[in-house]
Design a binder for this molecule. Structure first.
Ligand SMILES: *[C@@H]1O[C@H](CO)[C@@H](O)[C@H](O)[C@H]1NC(C)=O
Ligand SMILES: *[C@@H]1O[C@H](CO)[C@@H](O)[C@H](O)[C@H]1NC(C)=O
Length: 482
């Protein structure tokens, strides 16, 4: 496409310019996509939580194992002493629920008969396109997802060689959510590290590795399942996602429904927002899992994709983000846990003791990362995302595809700095989101004194107790019964 537009431009100006433009754009195309990933879709930036990691970090495509050193990362007199990483599982299969909806839509297309003669019949192409997903796949990690994790491990190990040293290998601490895709992600990450230490040797079974398999801890990694207030007020509350439901029947979605019904030549009443969304996701799944651009991508243009991205973001916003306070407050145990690790490392360093856990790796979900980032004040727009302000929110901060693609990761790096003028200045912290330095919420700086960071979050560190935050207001039922 780039090349074509280059030629068109050139033809209008001068042949020499045309040649240069064509060459340049094909070069640009190569460096953008590289030989390993010839497949991309113009819809890719709008896949929300189903976004491929490399679509957020395009530099990875040409060499996914080379570390990408953010120039803002501290070096020199400051040395990293501890790294705490929260990692979302890698690319996964659709869930059984999504597969069921896809099968329903596929059935609809197969039942509709051949479209009217002539022209391109996308409906027929889709009816013939193999579904390729079965119920057993139910959200499991795919091979591409294992690769996401192995490559992330290789990059992090090269980026922080002292922390991921061979000697520290036995002291790695791995925690995971109980979901298969997370357990498997942890295992694949370890295999990536094995590759780092022993290039060319096949990795042993995770159970036989020195640090052992990741330990399951749902209280930390799936805190949302353990928070009664969240479950009652949001998860099981039919009206909590009001804006998601309202947007599904609003004008933006209705336009897409009509358009898709016409394109696929099915009655508009047979379609609904959920089916449209699953068609869109299938484009993303085929791309991420199989590396193919499927005809499902041809159903939508970029404007449709932006609307469907908003629908996905609305749900994340109200269920995991700033929509309700309890969404983020329910993650405060995890937040405190991170700082307990950092505290301990600071203490050990001050006493010149070895750091007991230089590297802590925790595998979870988009649903683990979003509340935590919200709790820390990130990606908060001035106005809430609602069913009625799609246009006003075009340039919103809260775009889940940029924040939590597959394999997304939030990393806290604790540094010890020599030549510090005061003891307070010895310990500093940086945060990385998807391998890019994330400016601190309180200062917009790329690095903070550890003390200052703790001070900024003291309300959460001291005043947030999960047991209290998640408790439901007491109902006095005795008075009714008497
Ligand atoms: C459900 O959500 C609505 C909207 O936020 C809220 O007004 C209502 O109190 C919630 N219901 C329960 C049982 O928490
Ligand atoms: C419950 O309600 C009754 C009657 O209103 C009151 O006397 C009692 O103190 C209440 N109990 C609690 C625990 O609030």
């Amino acid at each position: 496409m780039l090349r074509a537009s280059g030629r068109r431009l050139g033809a209008a100006v001068a042949p020499a310019v045309a040649l240069a433009a064509a060459l340049l754009s094909s070069l640009a195309r190569c460096s953008l996509l590289g030989p390993s990933d010839p497949v991309a879709s113009v819809l890719s930036p709008y896949f929300g939580t189903k976004t491929r990691y490399e679509d957020v970090n395009p530099g990875l495509v040409s060499d996914p194992e080379a570390p990408r050193r953010d120039p803002e990362l501290l070096e020199g007199t400051c040395t990293p002493v501890q790294l705490v990483a929260l990692i979302r599982h890698g690319t996964r299969y659709p869930t059984a629920k999504q597969i069921r909806k896809l099968r329903q839509l596929h059935g609809l297309l197969q039942a509709r008969g051949r479209g009217s003669a002539g022209g391109r019949d996308l409906g027929a192409a889709l009816a013939d396109w193999p579904l390729g997903y079965a119920d057993w796949m139910d959200g499991q990690l795919v091979e591409k997802g294992r690769q996401d994790m192995r490559q992330l491990a290789l990059r992090l190990a090269s980026l922080f060689p002292a922390l991921f040293s061979r000697e520290n290998y036995g002291r790695l601490r791995l925690l995971t959510s109980s979901k298969h895709r997370c357990v498997d992600s942890g295992a694949a990450f370890l295999q990536g590290l094995w590759q780092h230490y022993h290039p060319g040797l096949p990795p042993p079974d995770v159970a036989d590795m020195e640090c052992g398999p990741p330990r399951i801890n749902d209280k930390l990694m799936r805190f949302f399942d353990h928070c009664e207030k969240f479950l009652t007020e949001v998860e099981r509350n039919a009206t909590a996602l009001y804006h998601v439901e309202a947007f599904k029947t609003g004008p933006e979605m209705q336009n897409i429904l009509k358009k898709v019904a016409a394109t696929l030549q099915v009655p508009v009443n047979d379609l609904n927002a959920d089916l449209i969304q699953v068609a869109f996701f299938t484009c993303s799944f085929d791309l991420a899992i199989k590396g193919v651009k499927s005809p499902w991508c041809d159903v939508f243009d970029i404007d449709d994709a932006k609307v469907l991205e908003y629908l996905n973001d609305l749900k994340q916003y109200w269920k995991r983000g700033h929509g309700y306070t309890i969404n983020s407050r329910s993650s405060c145990t995890l937040f405190q846990d991170i700082f307990q690790h950092l505290d301990k490392a600071v203490e050990q360093k001050q006493r010149s003791q070895p750091i007991s856990s230089p590297v802590i790796l925790q595998f979870g979900h988009a649903e683990t990362l979003l509340p935590l980032l919200s709790l820390m004040g990130y990606f908060k727009d001035k106005e809430p995302l609602t069913a009625y302000n799609y246009k006003e929110q075009m340039h919103r901060k809260f775009r889940s595809g940029h924040i939590v693609p597959y394999a997304s990761n939030l990393i806290f790096v604790l540094y010890h700095c020599e030549n510090a003028k005061t003891p307070k200045e010895q310990f500093q912290v940086q945060m990385l989101l998807n391998e890019k330095v994330l400016p601190l919420a309180h200062s917009q700086e790329t690095v903070s004194l550890y003390e200052d960071l703790k001070n900024y979050y003291k309300d959460i560190l001291q005043g947030c107790q999960n047991s209290e935050e998640c408790e439901l207001p007491k109902v006095n039922s005795t008075s009714d019964e008497l």
